[in-house]
Design a protein around this ligand. Sequence first.
Ligand code: PAF
Length: 280
Amino acid sequence: MIILDTKEDYKNYINLLKSKGEIISLVPTMGNLHDGHLSLVEIAKKKSSKVITTIFINPLQFGKNEDFASYPRTMKQDIDKLKKHNCDILFAPKSKNEVFNNFDDLKNLKAGPKGNILCGKIRPGHFDGVLKVVYMLFQLTEPNLSVFGKKDFQQLYLIKQMAKKYFPKLKIISAPTIRTKNGLALSSRNLYLDKTSIRIAPLFYKILLDGIKNLKNSNNFEETIKYITANLEKNKFLVNYVSFMTTELEKLKLNTSERKILLSSVKLGQTRLIDNIEFN
Ligand code: PAF
């Protein structure tokens, strides 16, 4: 695996790949790689001739009181995992200047109203920061395709919209959420869960699944949200939001045939968990 940490070396290498006609896929990450990330690499491998993974803990997407300083930095283990999964190139910028060089270009890049709901409401500015770094990585790499997980559904939606506008030839691939055997969606932040919380955490997904069953019987979104919230609170989750929407992140109307999604964010102790389930 080729490992690069400066923009200059990276750009030169990309130009070489392009001159050879390689189909390039990009898997942006913040490191602390788990099987969810590695499944993105596997999907990318099937659809391209060269897979690039990036590891960059993007300061712009963390709020003032969030975990930027303590976010797990596990570069050595991450490199081993990427090698095992035959990733071709790792770009791990050594400083933020290697990513955000022409920062002025990005001033006006905003996630807009759909970046201010759900997770964006509890993390103001978060999605603006995500879009800025992903935009820069797309601009540097000019990949043919890029893979993102459905676990971060709102992020995936906003990246798709941004790509449609600024990188119309780029294909964004949505990858299914990878879960532990007991249903907990894999996330780098699961590492923060203590012994008690790790036992409770899988209930999050189970309660959401049960909520969808409840909706199918009641056909009442508000009652079902109350039912899910009460169930979560009974199990010591602090609820940030529980929301039914269309998969276009629009308000749901009753009896619509549109594809639907249940999205939720909770806190368990100090750890924020998010999950979602799509259904018809
Ligand atoms: O999902 C993530 O890990 C990050 O938000 C991303 C897309 C790599 C941008 O920093």
